[in-house]
Design a protein around this ligand. Structure first.
Ligand SMILES: Cc1cc2nc3c(=O)[nH]c(=O)nc-3n(C[C@H](O)[C@H](O)[C@H](O)COP(=O)(O)OP(=O)(O)OC[C@H]3O[C@@H](n4cnc5c(N)ncnc54)[C@H](O)[C@@H]3O)c2cc1C
Length: 498
C-alpha cells in the first residue's frame, strides 16, 4: 500500500494541480459556479468561528449529487484536499477551508425530494435548511432536532455535526432521525448507507458517518424521520435569583418523572442581552431564567404543567410567565434563540463553548465558571440546554485589545477542563472541528484515538476529505512496503506514523 499523508496542519496541505483542476470544475458545475477571485474566495474563509480564517484555493457550488461526485473524483485524481460546506454556521471551525484546497459549497442543493408522511420519512438534499424540513411536513408533523441556527443551518451540516437543539432533551439528536444517506466517498465512489427503514444489518456505517464532521466524505441525500406534531404544547419562563435555584428546578422536574420537550437556562447577563435585543419583557434584575416547554397529549400537558409551576414556586421563583398563545410562545423562543447574537451588546467579540456535564453538577460547574470569570477579568454569559447538561458559556472579549483573544481562548480551555473533571465532555453538539481537536487527548486515550484513526483511514486513505479536523495529531495513514523509511513530515515533527 502507498504511504499517504492523512492530515497536515490545517491550511498547509501540499497540493499540486489546482490550476488544471479548476478548469475541470468549471466543466462540471459551470463557470459561474466556480469561484476563484480572491475577494470572493475570502467570503468563504470562516464558518461561525470567525477568528479562524483560511482562503480556499477554489470554491465550487455543484447543483446535483452527480456533480458532487464528479467534483470529488476530480479532486481525488489531482490529489487536492476538499472541504464540504453547508451554511457555514458551524462553531468549531469544521468548514474552515484548506489553503490551496477546494471548498464544496452545497448551498445550491436545497430540494426536498420526497415527503412520505405515511411512513414518516422525508428525503432532502444536503443544502436544505433545518427549518425547511418542519415547514415541509407541518402542521401535522415536525422534525425535532432544532438548533438555534435552524433558519440558516443545513441538514448536511446537521448530519456532519450530529446537531442538537432545545428539544433534544426529550427527542434526541440528529443521529436519532437520520435513517439513510447517500454519500460520495473521498475517492468519488457513491454509496447508500441505510434507507427509509431503521436498523440495517451489518456494521453501523450510517452511525459512523453522522457526526463525522465532513471527514468521511460528502453526503448528497438525506432520509430523515419526522414525528407527528404533539396535540398540545405549554411553555413558561420562570425567573429566579440565581442559577442554583433554577438548577434545582431542573433536577426536581426530572426526578418527578416529567419529561419536558425543552428545559433551557439563561443567566443574568444573557437575560439582559436578550431583553435588549428582543424586548421580550424579561426582568433584567433576575439572576436566571428557565424556559420549560411541555408537549404531548392534552391530558398529560394539563396535569404536568401545574406540577412544573409548583416545582418552580417551591424553589423560589420570583416570577412565572406562561405563554398565553402561539405568538407569545414564539416570542419566548425568539429571546432564547437570539441569545448568541445578542452578545454583540455585551462585547465586540465572543467565543461560544459547548461543554457537557452531568446535570447534577450544574451548580458546581457554573460556580467554577464564575470563579474563572474573576480570575481572567472577562465576562462569561451562560445560556444552555439545561436538561442535557449541555453548557454554552459565551466568553466575551474585545479582539482589538492586545492579548484579550488569547485570554478568552485560555479561559474557554479551562472551562472545558472543568467539564471533563466533572465527568463530562468537550462537546455536546457543535463538534470538534479545528477548535477542540487539541482537547481530544484529555478525553481519549491513545488506543481510543487510534481506533478513530483506523475508521477514518478506511473511508479516506488519501486524507483528502476535510483534513486537519477532529484528530489532535497529524498522522500518516497506510503502510510503506519494505523497510521503514521516515516520511519527511514525520521527520519534521508535523505528522505521526499510524
Ligand atoms: C447562532 C447560532 C446558534 C447555534 N445553535 C446551535 C444549536 O442549538 N445546536 C447545535 O447543534 N448547533 C448550533 N449551532 C452550530 C451550527 O449551526 C451547527 O453545527 C450546524 O449543524 C452547522 O450547519 P451548517 O450547514 O452551517 O454547516 P457548516 O458550518 O457549513 O459545516 C459544518 C460541518 O459539516 C460539514 N458538512 C457540511 N455539509 C456537509 C455535507 N453535505 N456532507 C458532509 N459534511 C458536510 C463541514 O465540512 C463541517 O465540518 C449554532 C450556530 C450559530 C451561529
Amino acid at each position: 500500500m502507498r504511504e499517504h499523508v492523512l492530515m497536515g496542519p490545517a491550511g498547509t496541505a501540499t497540493v499540486e494541480g489546482l490550476d488544471g483542476l479548476v478548469e475541470e470544475l468549471r466543466g462540471i458545475a459551470g463557470t459561474e459556479h466556480v469561484v476563484t477571485q480572491d475577494e470572493a474566495l475570502r467570503t468563504y474563509g470562516s464558518d461561525g468561528l470567525l477568528h479562524l480564517n483560511v482562503t480556499p484555493g477554489a470554491v465550487v457550488l455543484p447543483a446535483t449529487a452527480e456533480e458532487v461526485q464528479a467534483v470529488v473524483r476530480a479532486c481525488h485524481r489531482a490529489g487536492v484536499p476538499f472541504v464540504a460546506r453547508g451554511a457555514g454556521s458551524g462553531l468549531s471551525g469544521g468548514a474552515l477551508p484548506v489553503e490551496d484546497g477546494v471548498l464544496i459549497a452545497l448551498s445550491r442543493m436545497k430540494r426536498i425530494l420526497e415527503v412520505d408522511l405515511e411512513n414518516q420519512r422525508v428525503v432532502v438534499e444536503p443544502g436544505v435548511t433545518n427549518i425547511a424540513v418542519s415547514n415541509a411536513v407541518g402542521p401535522g408533523h415536525f422534525y425535532p432536532p432544532d438548533p438555534s441556527s435552524q433558519i440558516v443551518c443545513s441538514i448536511g451540516g446537521n448530519v456532519a455535526e450530529n446537531s442538537g437543539g432545545a428539544h433534544c432533551f426529550k427527542y434526541g439528536f440528529t443521529t436519532n432521525y437520520v435513517t439513510g444517506l447517500e454519500v460520495v466517498l473521498p475517492d468519488g465512489e457513491m454509496v447508500q448507507l441505510g434507507g427509509k427503514e431503521v436498523d440495517h444489518p451489518g456494521y453501523d456505517l450510517l452511525g459512523a458517518f453522522v457526526g463525522s464532521e465532513g471527514t468521511l466524505g460528502v453526503c448528497t441525500k438525506v432520509t430523515l424521520r419526522v414525528m407527528p406534531a404533539p396535540e398540545d404544547v405549554r411553555t413558561l419562563v420562570a425567573f429566579f435569583e440565581g442559577t442554583d435555584d433554577a438548577g434545582q428546578v431542573v433536577s426536581d422536574i426530572v426526578a418527578a418523572g416529567v419529561v419536558p420537550g425543552a428545559i433551557e437556562m439563561a443567566d443574568q447577563l444573557c437575560i439582559q442581552a436578550a431583553e435588549g435585543a428582543t424586548g421580550v419583557g424579561y426582568p433584567t434584575d433576575a439572576g436566571a431564567a428557565l424556559t420549560v416547554e411541555l408537549d404531548g397529549s392534552y391530558a398529560e400537558c394539563e396535569a404536568r404543567f401545574d406540577e412544573v409551576q409548583q416545582i418552580c414556586e417551591r424553589n423560589g421563583a420570583t416570577g412565572i410567565r406562561v405563554a398565553q398563545d402561539e405568538a407569545e410562545r414564539a416570542l419566548i423562543w425568539k429571546a432564547r434563540k437570539a441569545a448568541f447574537a445578542a452578545m454583540g451588546r455585551v462585547a465586540p467579540n465572543y467565543f461560544v463553548q459547548d461543554g457537557v456535564i452531568p446535570r447534577t453538577r450544574l451548580s458546581e460547574v457554573l460556580g467554577q465558571i464564575a470563579d474563572l470569570e474573576s480570575e481572567f477579568g472577562l465576562q462569561v454569559a451562560n445560556v444552555f440546554h439545561a436538561g442535557d447538561g449541555n453548557l454554552h458559556p459565551l466568553i466575551c472579549y474585545d479582539g482589538a485589545e492586545e492579548g484579550e483573544a488569547e485570554r478568552a481562548e485560555e479561559l474557554s480551555a479551562r472551562i472545558l477542563q472543568a467539564c471533563i473533571d466533572a465527568g463530562g465532555s468537550i462537546t455536546g453538539e457543535h463538534g470538534v472541528g479545528v477548535d477542540k481537536k487539541k482537547h481530544m487527548p484529555k478525553m481519549f486515550s491513545e488506543p481510543d484515538l487510534a481506533t478513530f484513526q483506523r475508521l477514518r483511514c478506511a473511508f479516506d486513505p488519501d486524507g483528502l476529505s476535510n483534513p486537519g479536523k477532529v484528530m489532535p495529531t497529524p498522522r500518516l495513514c497506510g503502510e510503506v512496503p519494505g523497510p521503514y523509511r521516515q516520511h519527511p513530515l514525520e521527520a519534521a515533527g508535523l505528522a505521526e506514523r499510524f
